[in-house]
Design a protein around this ligand. Sequence first.
Ligand code: ADP
Ligand code: MG
Length: 214
Amino acid sequence: MQFTEFGLDKRLLSAIEHMGFEQATEIQHQAIPAAMSGHDLIASSKTGSGKTLAYLLPAMQRLIKNRPLAKRDPRVVILTPTRELAKQVFAQLRLFTSGTQFKSVLILGGENFNDQVKVLEKDPQFIVATPGRLADHLSQGHFYLNGLELLILDEADRMLDLGFSKQLAQINKAADHRKRQTLMFSATLDHAQVNDFALELLNKPKRIAIGHAH
Ligand code: ADP
Ligand code: MG
């Protein structure tokens, strides 16, 4: 399937063209339409199969098409297990947001806390973060999640392996389940903790599993 067939905004298509991509990968083919139709997702496919664009494109599309639920709150939060992954995701996100009105910020553990407070005060629409540091800012009231539209958990299995379940539960609780959509991506789904967590965080999720048994 070609990217042009998803009904994505022209600006997104031109960014994809710049990246040099034409054909969606299998996970993109399945996850993009499902996410665009508003479903919560629990999706898995192997490393290197293109999961980042599978969630960044529906996220961007939603921001472009929908009115914000709240003026100041972030609209999309993307959580990743490691600083390195968060930086990679952020770099891909910037290929879509640079030159638009959408502000995106990267909030990582180990970096200057007060600098992050200042950045959060600018009311970014997108936050890419590692869960521990984001949960700290949330506890201290440096931002709110009442207007959150999309919560994305990238490499959910690794986040749970690294012991972030408490922080994830805290972030989950701060954002209204009825208003937001949740997308959970991981390399495998045969991880009991991922499934338990999915029950808690996701609302009637659609399951997408590429390249391994359901
Ligand atoms: P995953 O998260 O599944 O490990 P990534 O999102 O990191 O995979 O993508 C792996 C690589 O494939 C990246 O270099 C990305 O730019 C590239 N890629 C993503 N989608 C496509 C596509 N549709 N066609 C060609 N390359 C792609
Ligand atoms: Mg990935």
